[in-house]
Design a protein around this ligand. Structure first.
Ligand SMILES: [Zn+2]
Length: 245
């Protein structure tokens, strides 16, 4: 008789004939022969060790799902790792550092920040992965729009340096939700509604936070929207000043 463990790993395991044989015999299978995800399921499902047909399918499904999820996780971590340490990137220029400092002060370690123009990560839209800003030159058409975009992306660097990697999944989720509801990701960036409702800046999603900083910068540069600019100074924590109480 072929040991159960060998059958589980055998290529012929999925064939109808073998499955039929197994279901007739319902051999017992020791928990320790299962992979961890299968073992967790076995405990949750009070698996009695009998390898009937339904159990075989479930164990195979769990194993294959585990392999796919594991492979995707490795791929995602690899992409994030390369994106954060992108070889074709440059440090900020002195002018960019000065610009960043005028908004973020000492809140960002500017020497760690890198710019990767038109990298593979910015095919559809500019993105910031850790300290590296993958900037898409098609996203701006003037010096002011470049600076405004840079300030937005530096907002994500601020989020990374002050809160870790959590901003990436949060940003992806809000953009996905906005896209599925409206056909566009723009709604994920809309901070004004929450601002008017009195939501604290800290509770905004990562895109709303970055966009509110970028808009503050824009109004500062064009010298307009003085009342909004003043309100934003009191709304964004690191811009607060003595006039805010
Ligand atoms: Zn963003």
């Amino acid at each position: 008789m072929i040991p159960t463990e060998t059958l589980l790993r055998s290529k012929s395991f999925g064939r109808a004939k073998r499955v039929r044989e197994l279901s007739l015999k319902e051999p017992r299978i020791p928990l320790k022969s299962l992979v961890p995800a299968q073992r967790s399921w076995a405990r949750l499902a009070h698996f009695n060790g009998r390898l009937d047909r339904g159990t075989q399918s479930m164990l195979r499904f769990i194993k294959h799902t585990g392999i796919v999820v594991g492979a995707l996780s490795v791929l995602v971590f690899f992409c994030i790792y390369i994106g954060a340490r992108y070889p074709a990137s440059r440090p900020l220029t002195e002018a960019e550092k000065e610009l960043a400092h005028s908004i973020y002060g000492d809140q960002i370690r500017l020497d760690s920040v890198r710019i990767a123009p038109d990298s593979i990560y910015s095919i559809d839209v500019s993105k910031t992965i850790g300290d590296t800003i993958h900037i898409r030159t098609a996203d701006y058409n003037s010096d002011l729009s470049y600076k405004t975009l840079l300030i937005h992306e530096l907002g994500h660097v601020w989020q990374y340096q002050n809160g870790g990697w959590g901003y990436i999944p949060k940003s992806l989720v809000v953009q996905f939700v906005a896209f599925s509801q409206t056909g566009s990701t723009s709604a994920a960036y809309n901070w004004e509604e929450d601002f008017l409702k009195g939501t604290p800046w800290e509770k905004l999603n990562p895109e709303q936070q970055a966009e509110s900083i970028a808009e503050y910068f824009y109004y500062r540069e064009i010298g307009g929207g003085q009342e909004l600019k003043r309100q934003l100074e009191c709304f964004i924590p690191f811009l607060r000043n003595n006039s805010c109480e």
